[in-house]
Structure formats: C-alpha cells, structure tokens
Design a protein around this ligand. Structure first.
Ligand SMILES: O=C(O)CCC(=O)C(=O)O
Ligand SMILES: [Fe+2]
Length: 367
C-alpha cells in the first residue's frame, strides 16, 4: 500500500460572479449550512431547466433492471447464462442496473457513508489540505466539478481518492484508511466479476475486458459526493449531466435520493433502495463494446429538506491502456468501427479539465 500525500495549499480562487462571492476553497457545504442563505447565490443558479417537467414518475423508475450478483456466480449454467443475458440487456437498453445480493456487508457500506460524512464535517482547514490542482492528484477535495472552467457551479462538494493501482487515503478521519481500503477491495472484486459477465454477454472470452483494460493496473477512484440542502433546488444542480469516463461505476447512495438518468429522452429518478448498488456503464465500456453497452447521461438533483451523500467507485482501464472496439464486435461482426482509440490518461484528463457536457468527451473519439 502506498500512503496518500496531502496536496498542500493549492490556491483556489475566491470566485466572484454577479456580485456574489463564493469561496471555492471552503466548498458549498459551509455556505449552505451557515444559516445565512435564504435564496440561492447567483454563482450557483442555473437557468430554469426546460426538461424539468420530464421528471419521470415512479412507474418508469421501477423498470430499472435488477441484476442478482449471486446468479452471476451460480454453479448452475442455466442460472448463470440467464444472468449474463440480463446483464447484456440492461447494459444495452439502460446503461444502468441495480445490483442486489452483492455480498458487501451492510455495516461496511454504512461505515463508508458515515466516514464520508465525517470528512465533509471536518473544519475547512483540514479539508483544504486536500484541495487538488491536478486531475490525477491522488487525493482531491473540491467543490462543483471544475470551478476553474465553470460559469455556474454545482451544489456539491467532493472528495476523490485514487484507491487502485496504488491505495491512498486522507489521514483523517482516522478510520478512513481501513474502511475505504476494505470497501474498495470488495467493490473491485464485484466490478471484475461484472466485467467477466459483460465480456461473455458480448460473446467475448471472459477475460477480454480484463486484458483490454489491463485491470491489474486499472484505475479505481473513490468519489464521495456531498450535496447540501438548497434553498432553491429548482435553480440548482448537484451534478450536471455527464457520462462517466471509465468502464463501470458502482454507486452507493444514502436514503435521500437525487440521482437521475436519461432514458428515452426523459430524466428518470433512481430511488435509493437499502443494501443495493446502482451500477452504470462508462464511456470506455461503450467504446470497447463498439456502442453495444451504452454509457448513459446522468445527473444529481438536490432538495431543500436534507443533505445527501453518494459514493461512487469508478473502475476504469489502466492509465496506460488505449481501448478500442473489440475486433470481434466491429470488423468481424460486420459493424463499422465506431470509436477511435485514445490513451485513457489523455481521455480522463480531457474530461476532468473541461466543463461537464453530457457525452461531449465520448463524441471526441466517435468516428
Ligand atoms: O450522486 C450521484 O448520485 C451521482 C454521482 C455521479 O454521477 C458521479 O460521481 O459521477
Ligand atoms: Fe457520474
């Protein structure tokens, strides 16, 4: 294990927009929870969302496919093949699924959520030690998505920690290191099993993705998101629409809810269900599968009643890998190659240093 190093004193400008001052280094939590806000600061007010009326009803949400992880590991071939088929359908139609019976203890999940909360509750001086400058800083605390390039900021603070191939952790909260290491390891095992199942669902050898992504050195990032309650949630965005850059993201959310995904042109709310994960396809899985698996746009909305925490574990290729569509699916499958390859490091640095803009990064490599 490699120990995490604090990124000391990276300057984060106090930003001034429309006369309102927002101290990016302190984050939005502090301002939102100061008791001083009666309306949203102009720095965080988005133009009204014309798609807001499309917020879907629960009937659409309930159709989100569910994958039973234990079926993927079943000894009976028929059970396993059905689970693999279901996985393929979920990835192609939704780009998202719920994962149940995954084997990660509820106490570990709750422990991880509690620690994320403890981190965001630390005094600003402590949090600021991890204010990062570079996209690939091993530990990066910040607000919004990238305040250096955004005009309006997201109602969100974050802590991003690289946990694989080298493990890092903030020094405090003291228990973070142990719990985050165990949690990341357990979830990574799940992601690897899913990658095997996905390879098979595509008619590829079960180790295909593992090899193409060079998963021994695969990048795994633990992303803790804190969305404070907001006095005017209809004008705020917790996280603007985007797709994830890697292969698979495994998300745990608390009981509050706010994740929405785009399905058939509608924003669909993904309700939090206890003891389950929400898994979504990232851009590099769409690339590898030549567009069969869909990396779907999603966003986080906020509310005026309760703060929300989510923890995403993003599983991507090795930074040195350049992923291209599997030959068997493209040329040999009679399909045009739909994406060109780009080193993952380059792709990730590009996505993280620009404004979030739906699937704009994937469009860069689309042929
Ligand atoms: O908070 C959420 O539900 C979504 C988080 C997310 O999309 C991300 O961290 O990439
Ligand atoms: Fe995401």
């Amino acid at each position: 294990m490699v120990s995490g190093k604090a990124i000391e004193g990276a300057p984060v400008p106090a930003l001034r927009t429309s006369g309102s001052r927002f101290d990016g280094a302190k984050g939005i939590k502090e301002l939102a929870e100061s008791g001083l806000l009666t309306s949203i600061p102009p720095t965080h007010a988005f133009p009204p969302d014309p798609t807001a009326s499309n917020l879907s009803s629960s009937s659409i949400e309930e159709q989100l496919p569910t994958i039973d992880f234990s079926f993927l590991q079943a000894k009976e071939a028929v059970v396993r093949s059905k689970a693999i088929r279901d996985l393929g359908e979920a990835g192609a139609e939704w780009g998202f699924f719920r994962l149940v019976n995954h084997g990660v203890p509820e106490s570990l999940m709750k422990g991880m959520l509690d620690l994320a909360k403890d981190f965001f509750d630390l005094p600003a001086e402590e949090r600021k030690k991890y204010t990062g400058k570079q996209v690939l800083d091993p530990i990066r605390y910040g607000t919004s998505f990238n305040i250096l390039v955004e005009e309006v900021f997201c109602w969100r603070d974050f802590l991003k920690v690289i946990v694989h191939p080298s493990f890092h952790s903030p020094e405090i909260p003291a228990a973070f290191r142990e719990i985050a290491a165990e949690y990341s390891k357990r979830v990574q095992q799940i992601a690897r099993e899913l990658f095997k199942g996905i390879s098979e669902s595509l008619g590829l050898q079960s180790c295909y993705i593992e090899k193409a992504f060079k998963l021994e050195e695969g990048l795994q990032i633990l992303i803790c998101n804190y969305y404070p309650r907001c006095p005017q949630p209809e004008l705020a965005m917790g996280l603007t629409p985007h797709s994830d850059h890697g292969g698979l993201t495994v998300l745990m959310q608390d009981e509050v809810g706010g994740l929405q995904l785009k399905h058939k042109g509608n924003w669909v709310l993904v309700r939090p269900l206890p003891n389950t994960f929400v898994v979504n396809v990232g851009d590099h899985l769409e690339i590898l599968s030549n567009g069969i698996y869909k990396s779907v746009e999603h966003r986080a909305v906020v509310n005026d009643a309760t703060a929300r925490i989510s923890i995403a574990l993003a599983h991507g290729p090795s930074l040195d890998a350049s992923v291209s569509p599997a030959t068997q699916l493209a040329e040999n499958g009679g399909q045009a190659v739909a994406y060109r390859e780009m080193p993952y490091r380059e792709y990730l640095e590009f996505q993280q240093s620009h404004r979030l803009g739906g699937k704009s990064c994937l469009n860069l490599v689309r042929l």
